[in-house]
Write a protein that binds this ligand. Sequence first.
Ligand SMILES: Cc1cc2nc3c(=O)[nH]c(=O)nc-3n(C[C@H](O)[C@H](O)[C@H](O)COP(=O)(O)OP(=O)(O)OC[C@H]3O[C@@H](n4cnc5c(N)ncnc54)[C@H](O)[C@@H]3O)c2cc1C
Length: 274
Amino acid sequence: QLATEYDAVVLTGGATLGRDLPIPGRELQGVHYAMEFLPQQNKRNAGDDVAAQIVAEGKDVIVIGGGDTGSDCDGTSNRQGCKSLTQFELLPQPPDLGKYPRRHERPTATPWPAWPVMMRTTSSHEEGCRREFGILTKQFLGDAEGRLRGLKTVRIEWYADEVTGQQKFRELAGSEAEWPCQLALLAMGFVGPEKLGLIADLGLELDPRGNVKAGADYMTSKEGVFAAGDMRRGQSLVVWAIHEGRECARSVDLWLMGQTNLPSVSAGEFAVHA
Ligand SMILES: Cc1cc2nc3c(=O)[nH]c(=O)nc-3n(C[C@H](O)[C@H](O)[C@H](O)COP(=O)(O)OP(=O)(O)OC[C@H]3O[C@@H](n4cnc5c(N)ncnc54)[C@H](O)[C@@H]3O)c2cc1C
């Protein structure tokens, strides 16, 4: 309907489909994606009523995933008054280089200006959070009512594959443990936009990372349908979303009108349409 009623359609639906953890017990009440949990609190902060809100208050919370989204879950859980808070990360603990390491202090594998592999402690961590590295969640444990009551884990060690050099991990025998937990939040990264609905209905091609494939002019595989922001480039930053929105608007204008006065920082790329 959108594609037939409108000359141009711009898709900016984001890329908030979280990476899942399909292990036994995933279906238990109390296991949620970070993006089920976080937006509810944002709505609450904005004064909206949120029916059946997922709350951390009084619960042992475990956040699975040690990145920025996990850190946001930490902050929100603490402020909601969780009983305890632990964050699991699969990777080993990176070196603690302080907040602003000098160039010569950076890890040799990630020299300036590469993104350095180093311990990052956010204000959410500083508010109180136990952080565990090199840990793999094996099972969600439930009670008789189907509610989450704990997590089963094992410690892992990382090694380089002798043939390929690829980093792999193996479980450490005897390191199994159980953790009390009534709320587990999955924050292990994002796998692109929601494919059901618009993307499937319009039959859009995806790029190898599962995002909507679009050219330098932001047009998708379907003529007149454009995509911008996270939906096109994957989970990113607000500054990129603003940039893409502006560039995409210019591109749509150019495509509809044959010319445009809208500014562009990468206008050269669009010469083909001029
Ligand atoms: C937990 C988290 C923390 C982040 N923190 C930061 C940060 O500190 N700094 C930073 O720069 N970036 C941060 N980001 C990234 C930033 O939020 C995104 O890069 C940016 O919001 C992308 O903008 P967007 O407009 O492409 O998509 P979004 O902001 O995701 O907006 C997409 C919107 O489309 C709606 N939508 C989806 N499908 C449909 C549909 N079919 N019909 C109608 N509406 C639909 C969604 O509900 C959503 O409101 C964070 C992201 C996450 C997930």
